[in-house]
Ligand binder design. Structure first.
Ligand code: G1P
Length: 834
């Protein structure tokens, strides 16, 4: 994507990473940090606030005829620089022009090296010869993000900084952690070389370079040292100064500026040297583009118009980015210490399923090892498979929606693959000190987080894990009969109503889940299902309460018992019907909209003048409403929550109150994040629900308003869609949002009608007239592990509702709309309904 003459770059950045774990992000001002993980930052960790004016990043000064100019453009004379930016998969190219020079910088992370490459060219664009001096002065941070404030000075005392040819390397003695210091093994380095410039000397110490001045106006320029110099106990600077040279009119100077981390100093240096050759860099750059383009090619669309399609086709990189970046490493996503949350884990798998990723099955199975025997789950999942933690910051919470998502993802996997046998795979249960939905603790816990009876590890089928999660959740109801909110649900901000709070929204989800489980159980060939005894009691025995269940599994000793699958399915259906009655009786408001929550005082959150989108979304998404009810819900929701100017459906009305009896969300300014912003994730799931009821016009309006907002320059969303839009329609929290998955799922399943059920594909397009370009709309996707292109032809320009599939051709032959296997691309011809 090219942004010429970018006027507002605040909020622009692009994440970069490679599979070795190297992560970085960069803004058009070359700000942003670089790290391997939370404890190994090469450049000082940055958040949103640091992205406009910091010098503690990729700082390079260009003295032109004695006057300083900066790579980040923060000198006075550069304030009117013209900036052109190209963002791609995954790189940034910036061109900065002014009356004196043009600076071009290409930044990317090679696929196979623990470093970031920046190729900088300086061109004298005047008609006169200039005297140019270049000084790279990039502070090396080299430690944990914790030390940004905690022991900042003490950790600088650990620093050992070495000056080598063309680079400065920081190798702290220890990795500081008061719970147990570790010997530091990592080397953090800054490298610079140029075919035209020769090194004058180095500045390894920040203090000596700045010397009562600043990084902009250093007063220690005379503190230059040479190769072999060594500094201890000071903040490190990747300071490399080049001799002044004369640059003729139009002449170009190139600078290779690399930033890297490595366990081995020798490897760090050899990597730096390797990436100081223009040929190597050019090859590596092409490899990066090819690799990430291939990643997104797994799901591509041709619809509406070419520009729209181009922008849309960047979105498949978002779920991939989230998988590798977690939620901790971008300027807005600055929470936690790496790892991903339980909910996000399952959401990200949805896109992997759509991409037919070969790792899906094992990752899915692996995730079930995070379920506790009481139906709750570990909440933070580390980078490695099977790494689960109770929570970040060791605060234990139960999110009432957590148990709902695994079934949605698993059902999708089964529908895509037909792999019903997956349900009978076995997996362990997560064990730590927590029992009773984390309300109590036990003294006896296993050492490896796997539940055991004496020394025997307990296994249960995937189906058992799923039944356990959903049956416990739907039995865990408050005094109004809806699922207890616990410490929050999907909305992380509803975290202050754990006593009396209830989530009507997710009650819909669990109702549907019981019905889905019943369907799955009936499809299985085996006549009997094995479950552990307490779980069967919870399902079959009316007098057996959840409290007794929690007591019984506290010190788990259960045997397995078999239940007839018909009885099991019918009990689950009965329970779902019962709870749905409760919704129908109490959850509807006057105009036909739904209540979403009950607060900590036991009162419904909404009045007739307010509404929350979550309840409406979950009802539609889980199809718990009749068509008439759904129609009313959609009308009321539009009336209360639709705001065309900022991206469509807001998350809630303005309660004009901090609502201490609901959660922190309502402490946020109205129109931001979980308090009434256009929150993409929920808006898109809402649009999905509308499509499921075939309310295509409203569904299309819901998602297109959001996508169009993201694609407007005004929203400052560089690529993809953001987590939310604020009151000004500005997109926030770029790239790492679960909403990207939902947009892709919406387009693939509902709009383009790639509908799979137990492995069988039936096309069911819900494309609108305006979704076609010259009467054609195309999706490229994977089905049954094979690439598939489906081209819809709509020569009569018919609107959704007026067309039917008249014929489908595969390899030139007419085929019927039911595919157990895919042997070629599909040409689908639409015609009037006769
Ligand atoms: C984020 C979190 C997601 C949570 C949501 C609402 O959404 O990742 O788990 O449910 O906030 O609190 P996202 O950034 O994925 O759009």
């Amino acid at each position: 994507m090219i942004f010429n003459n970018l006027k507002n770059d605040t909020g622009f950045y692009i994440p970069m990473y490679n599979k070795l774990g190297f992560k970085s992000y960069v803004t058009p001002r070359l700000l942003g940090d670089i790290k391997l993980d939370y404890h190994t930052y090469l450049l000082e960790p940055t958040t949103e606030i640091d992205l406009t004016s910091s010098f503690f990043s990729r700082h390079v000064s260009f003295y032109v005829d004695g006057k300083p100019h900066f790579l980040n453009g923060n000198s006075e004379s550069q304030q009117t620089d013209k900036i052109d930016v190209e963002l791609g998969l995954l790189y940034q190219k910036v061109t900065r022009h002014n009356k004196k020079f043009q600076l071009d910088v290409t930044t990317f992370v090679p696929l196979d090296a623990l470093m970031e490459s920046n190729v900088i060219t300086y061109q004298n664009t005047t008609s006169k010869t200039q005297r140019l001096k270049v000084i790279v002065a990039t502070p090396l941070y080299g430690r944990s993000a914790d030390n940004l404030r905690d022991h900042r000075h003490v950790t600088s005392l650990l620093n050992r900084v070495e000056v080598l040819e063309n680079c400065v390397v920081l190798n702290p003695t220890l990795s500081f952690d008061e719970r147990g210091h570790k010997k530091n093994e990592l080397n953090y380095g800054v490298y610079a070389s140029s075919p035209q410039l020769s090194v004058e000397g180095y500045y390894p110490s920040l203090e000596d370079y700045v010397k009562n001045g600043s990084l902009q106006f250093p007063k220690g320029l005379d503190s230059l040292v040479q190769t072999g110099d060594y500094v201890e106990g000071k903040e490190a600077l990747g300071g490399i100064s080049f001799k002044t040279i004369e640059v003729k009119s139009q002449e170009v100077i190139t600078l290779y500026f690399n930033l890297g981390i490595n366990h081995s100093k020798e490897q760090l240096i050899s990597t730096f040297n390797k990436y100081s050759q223009s040929k190597t860099i050019a090859i590596a750059f092409e490899e990066v583009k090819t690799y990430f383009t291939k990643e997104v090619s797994k799901l591509q669309f041709h619809m509406k118009n070419l520009e729209y399609s181009e922008k849309l086709n960047y979105i498949p990189i978002q779920p991939i980015l989230r998988r590798f970046q977690g939620n901790s490493y971008l300027p807005h996503h600055d929470y936690g210490k790496g790892g991903r949350g339980w909910r996000d884990l399952w959401q990200d798998l949805i896109s992997m399923i759509m991409y037919n990723d070969s790792e899906c099955r094992s990752l899915l199975l692996n995730n079930f090892a995070g379920v506790r025997i009481d139906g709750s789950n570990a909440t933070i999942i580390g980078d490695k498979a099977g790494e689960f933690l109770a929570d970040r910051n060791n605060i234990v919470r139960v999110w009432s929606d957590h148990a709902a998502w695994p079934l949605l993802t698993t059902k999708m996997y089964i529908d895509e693959t037909g792999d019903l046998s997956f349900l009978l795979e076995t997996q362990t249960y997560f064990d730590d000190q927590f029992t009773h939905y984390t309300k109590k603790t036990k003294t006896k816990k296993s050492t490896n987080h796997q539940l055991k009876i004496q020394n025997d590890t307990i296994y249960g089928t995937v189906l058992e894990h799923l039944i356990l999660q959903n049956v416990v959740a739907i039995n865990n109801v408050g005094s109004n009969g809806f699922v207890r909110l616990e410490d929050a649900d999907w909305n992380d901000g509803l975290d202050m109503a754990s006593k009396k709070g209830e989530t009507i929204a997710f009650t819909h989800f669990y109702i549907n889940n019981l019905l889905v489980l019943a369907e799955l159980i009936q499809k299985l060939e085996t006549p009997k299902i094995e479950l552990f005894e307490s779980l069967t009691k919870l399902i079959l025995n009316k007098n057996y309460s959840l409290d007794i269940f929690f007591d019984d599994v506290h010190d788990f000793t259960d045997n397995k018992v078999s239940i007839d699958k018909e009885i099991l399915a019918s009990e689950l259906t009965k329970k779902a019907t019962l709870v749905l009655k409760q919704i129908n009786k109490y959850a509807f408001m006057r105009e036909g909209g739904l209540q979403s929550y009950i607060d900590n005082d036991g009162n419904f959150l909404d009045s007739s003048s307010t509404l929350s989108l979550t309840g409406q979304t979950m009802a539609l998404l889980n199809q718990t409403l009749s068509k008439t009810q759904a129609k009313k819900v959609s009308n009321v929701t539009k009336k209360h929550l639709f705001d065309r100017m900022i991206g469509g459906y807001r998350l809630n009305s303005n309660y004009q109150d901090v609502k201490m009896n609901m959660g922190r969300a309502y402490g946020f300014a109205y129109g931001t994040k979980e308090n009434g912003a256009v929150f993409s994730h929920m808006s898109l799931m809402y649009a999905y629900g509308l499509y499921q009821y075939n309310f295509v016009k409203q569904g299309r309006e819901a998602y297109q308003t959001l996508v169009n907002q993201a694609f407007k320059d005004k929203s400052v969303v560089c690529l993809g869609i953001p987590e939310y839009f604020n009151n000004e329609g500005i997109g926030k929290y770029l790239y790492l949002t679960g909403s990207a998955t939902w947009l892709l799922k919406l387009l693939r399943t509902e709009v383009f009608g790639i509908e799979l059920s137990f492995g069988t594909l039936r096309l069911n397009p819900k494309l609108s007239k305006d979704d076609f370009i010259d009467s054609i709309a195309v999706i490229k996707t994977y089905v049954h592990n094979k690439p598939l292109q489906v081209t819809y032809h709509n020569p009569k320009k018919l609107e959704y509702g007026d067309y039917r599939i008249a014929s489908i051709q595969m390899n030139g032959k007419e085929v019927i709309n039911e595919f157990q296997s895919i042997e070629g691309d599909l040409e689908v011809y639409l015609d009037e309904i006769v």
